[in-house]
Design a protein around this ligand. Structure first.
Ligand SMILES: Cc1ncc(COP(=O)(O)O)c(C=O)c1O
Length: 318
């Protein structure tokens, strides 16, 4: 498995230039005041599928030849990797099968269907769906799009950080949510090239800490996956992003699911932003160590906004 480099991110940027305009990034007075720092929010919730992942799917499918596209793709996901692959497959005319958990977020399942993908609801958690998707790939010859160990996904999603660092140079730190680790690995590669003094800090739910524990220990460790925050709900670590993190990540924080819900509320009330849980993980991480960055300039990747109605009710009601 190849490890992507900054050159791959730059190439992905060129590919995506015709497909996705840059997303906005702003800092907001009320949020800055609450945190005590200048907080640049990168609005990946403003992507056409509502999440940063679409950058990766398009980058991968753009690299396929006609035969590979005709063979189709299959992916397992709690929803945003699914929408990314389904969106890219629809754009490039490739057949697409998506496996999501039986109790998938209805908004994400509807979006996958609307993108024209064949949706299979099988498995309790993401890691069960992964097994089903790998089986379908073996049976049909479709390409299995691994959600973490696929270099093109890392290169693609890394372009979000390139855009942010162009808009807000001289960041002291950048907080990135971690599930499989593609987003944070891409952020590490972009920052190492463009802003070597910027601390890239990964953030994961304490209720599903496998990537965090793997990074801290230097071994690939499975951990229980008990988080309710889709997108960062993984039990197994992924080798490729872990390798990049090992070389380039400055720090890795854990936050509780309740703190993530609080960060969602803060984005709503202080940054005009509806984030899904995973989209607020970075801000929850910053919030937990805000004293350390008082008066500094920091970035948070708001990675997605695909909250279900039930989730929104929970955020507003608590
Ligand atoms: C909204 C959102 N944020 C963060 C993540 C975590 O990204 P990664 O799996 O690249 O670590 C995901 C993953 O699906 C996501 O959907």
């Amino acid at each position: 498995m190849g490890i992507p480099t900054y050159a791959d991110l730059a190439a992905a940027r060129t590919v995506l230039a015709d497909l996705l305009p840059p997303t906005p990034a702003w800092h907001y007075p009320v949020l800055d005041t609450a945190v005590g720092a200048e907080v640049w929010v990168k609005h990946e919730n403003a992507q056409p599928v509502g999440a940063f992942k679409v950058r990766g799917g398009l980058t991968l499918l753009a690299s396929f030849d006609d035969k590979q596209r005709a063979n189709g793709v299959v992916a397992a996901s709690t929803g945003n990797h699914a929408q990314s692959v389904a969106y890219a497959a629809a754009h490039f005319g490739a057949p697409c099968t998506i496996v999501m958990p039986e109790n998938a977020n209805p908004a994400k399942a509807a979006a996958v269907r609307a993108l024209g993908a064949h949706l299979v609801l099988e498995g309790e958690r993401f890691d069960d769906c992964r097994v089903v998707a790998e089986r379908i790939a073996r049976e049909t010859g479709a390409y299995y799009v691994d959600s973490g160990n696929e270099p093109a996904l890392i290169s693609g999603v890394g372009t979000a950080t390139i855009e942010l660092l162009e808009r807000a140079p001289d960041l002291d730190a950048l907080f990135v949510p971690v599930g499989a680790g593609t987003g944070v690995a891409g952020a590490c590669l972009a920052a190492a090239e463009l802003a070597p003094n910027c601390h890239v800090i990964g953030v994961q739910s304490a209720q599903a800490p496998s990537a965090h524990d793997s990074w801290r220990s230097g071994e690939l460790l499975e951990r229980p996956n008990r988080t309710v925050i889709e997108g960062v709900a993984t039990a197994k670590p992924f080798a490729v992003p872990q390798q990049i993190m090992r070389d380039l990540l400055h720090d890795f924080l854990l936050v509780d699911d309740a703190d993530i819900r609080a960060a969602q509320r803060l984005l709503l009330t202080s940054a005009h932003t509806m984030a899904e849980g995973a989209g607020a993980v970075a801000l929850a991480g910053l919030w937990s160590i805000r004293v350390r960055y008082a008066g500094k300039r920091v970035g948070v990747i708001c990675s997605g906004g695909n909250a279900s109605e039930a989730e929104l009710g929970e955020v507003l009601g608590s």
